[in-house]
Write a protein that binds this ligand. Structure first.
Ligand SMILES: Cc1cc2nc3c(=O)[nH]c(=O)nc-3n(C[C@H](O)[C@H](O)[C@H](O)COP(=O)(O)OP(=O)(O)OC[C@H]3O[C@@H](n4cnc5c(N)ncnc54)[C@H](O)[C@@H]3O)c2cc1C
Length: 439
């Protein structure tokens, strides 16, 4: 017997689970299919030698959409905010990062004139209306906003930190500025990692009757009679769904569809470029230099932060869990060995002799941070979750008009669910109207 579902969600990452939790409030039957052995996608945390390692540095924006939507779903978000501070590195010299009032006035990075300019640029950033920047790249905005090269470089550094985007000449100023404003509101590092979000979403979904099947890849989605979809799974089983929410990358979605999207959507999805990075995730018994907690390269697109200083990331809460990260440009050729050397050398500068204290260390040379580098005009193509194929909806970190990262994933998950609920309500009320006797 072919299984029939009202809603099939392709992907058990944060977007899929948020959609399932909103839809679980209806009486529709819901199935999540996840190709991985475990659910969670990129929000998974690996517990290795009693240490909790996120897949690269993960920080939840306190003013972002993900936090408020997750709270609406009654997800507990326990953790702490890292202090603004730390160091910036340029030409092997360390400077206090001018991100907090004290360092702003004491750092040797800026001369008197640059200091004043940086204060005024930060004020401009905070009061900027992102909607007015929809037609500009971030590079154009930075060049208009900053006068000195140093302040320009600081804006690029802050932009990378807030968004993981390292292509100012390509990326939309609107999305960059709006995410930078969010980031200025602070972030949370979560106790036990982001897996806690997934576990809570999963448990709530299961309690509400959602079925989850992991280790099952959707191979194909095609139209079936009565406006349904037929999904072919990796075990060659076929199932039917009235609605499908796809949370895979746009390229994977294109490959899954037998009946292709219209030309406009196809063309748009095909040219989407991901935001990528390389990460070195490390747990140490102790930090050789306990005071060094946060650093960024200015010209070198490098990041370092000790997340365990704020979040509980090991069973005994005694070790140090940190992330070293390289922001990649879309054109970068990835040579894993040399990037690993670069990240290890960066860590060596900050924590000399760290190798003696390693509990676990994991290097990922090329990880997709966000499936879409947001570019000018993208938002007009992503206003709705529904696609040109009726019943097929998209969600995921690439599928939200003006948010990216977890904010985009969570927001688009909620939006896809709401559009389906709205569609069902409309259909039901039309059916009732049809059945009412005419007088
Ligand atoms: C290094 C790194 C650092 C990050 N830092 C931050 C941060 O600081 N702040 C922040 O907000 N965000 C951050 N992010 C981004 C955040 O992790 C992602 O945006 C978010 O987890 C994406 O969720 P998603 O559900 O859209 O996609 P995913 O997590 O990728 O979930 C999609 C799921 O679909 C499954 N799937 C795909 N195709 C199929 C198929 N055909 N059949 C079945 N299953 C399928 C995949 O296996 C996957 O589990 C970071 C990401 C990385 C990698």
């Amino acid at each position: 017997m072919t299984q029939k579902w009202d809603i099939v969600i392709v992907g058990g990452g944060i977007a899929g689970y948020v959609a399932a939790n909103y839809l679980a409030k209806t009486n529709l039957s819901i199935l999540i299919l996840e190709k991985g052995k475990n659910v969670g996608g990129r929000a998974r945390t690996n517990r290795i030698n009693q240490q909790y390692l996120n897949q690269g540095p993960h920080a939840l924006y306190k003013k972002g959409k993900a936090k408020s939507i997750l709270e609406e779903l009654k997800i507990n978000l326990n953790g702490k905010s890292p202090k603004t501070g730390g160091i910036l590195i340029e030409n092997n010299i360390e400077y206090a990062a001018p991100f907090s009032p004290l360092e702003l006035f004491t750092t040797n990075l800026l001369n008197g004139k640059e200091r004043l300019e940086w204060v005024s640029v930060l004020l401009k950033l905070m009061s900027a209306d992102p909607e007015k920047l929809a037609e500009q790249t971030f590079q154009q905005w930075v060049q208009q906003t900053a006068r000195s090269k140093m302040v320009e470089s600081l804006l690029y550094t802050l932009g990378r930190l807030a968004t993981y985007c390292h292509a100012p000449e390509m990326v939309s100023a609107k999305v960059m500025v709006s995410n930078m404003k969010n980031a200025m509101g602070g972030v949370l590092y979560l106790d036990s990692g982001w897996q806690t979000i997934i576990d809570q979403l999963h448990n709530k979904a299961i309690l509400a009757g959602v079925q989850v099947q992991s280790h099952t890849r959707v191979k194909q989605i095609s139209p079936a009679p009565q406006g349904q979809f037929k999904l072919v799974l990796s075990n060659n089983e076929e199932i039917l769904g009235k609605y499908v929410i796809c949370t895979s990358s746009p390229q994977e979605l294109h490959e899954l569809l037998v009946e292709k999207l219209n030309l406009d959507q196809n063309h748009f999805y095909a040219q989407i470029t991901p935001i990528r990075g390389a990460t070195l995730d490390v747990a140490l018994t102790q930090l050789p230099n306990p005071k060094q907690l946060f650093a960024l390269g200015i010209t070198d697109p490098l990041y370092y932060s000790v997340h365990s200083n704020y979040a509980r990331l090991s069973d005994d809460n005694k070790s140090a869990v940190l992330h070293v990260f390289k922001y990649l440009h879309p054109d970068d050729q990835i040579d894993g060995t040399s990037i690993k050397d670069e990240l290890e050398q960066f860590l060596d500068k900050l924590q000399p002799g760290w190798q003696q204290y390693v509990i676990s260390s994991r290097f990922i040379p090329n990880i997709t941070v966000n499936h879409r580098l947001p570019q000018i005009g993208d938002e007009s193509k992503l206003q709705r979750s529904k696609t040109a194929i009726p019943g097929l909806y998209i969600a995921g970190d690439w599928a939200s008009p003006d948010s990216i990262l977890a904010d985009g994933a969570v927001r688009s998950g909620k939006q896809a669910a709401e559009e389906i609920i709205f569609n069902e309500m409309r259909k039901n009320s039309a059916n009732i109207e049809r059945r009412l006797p005419t007088i």
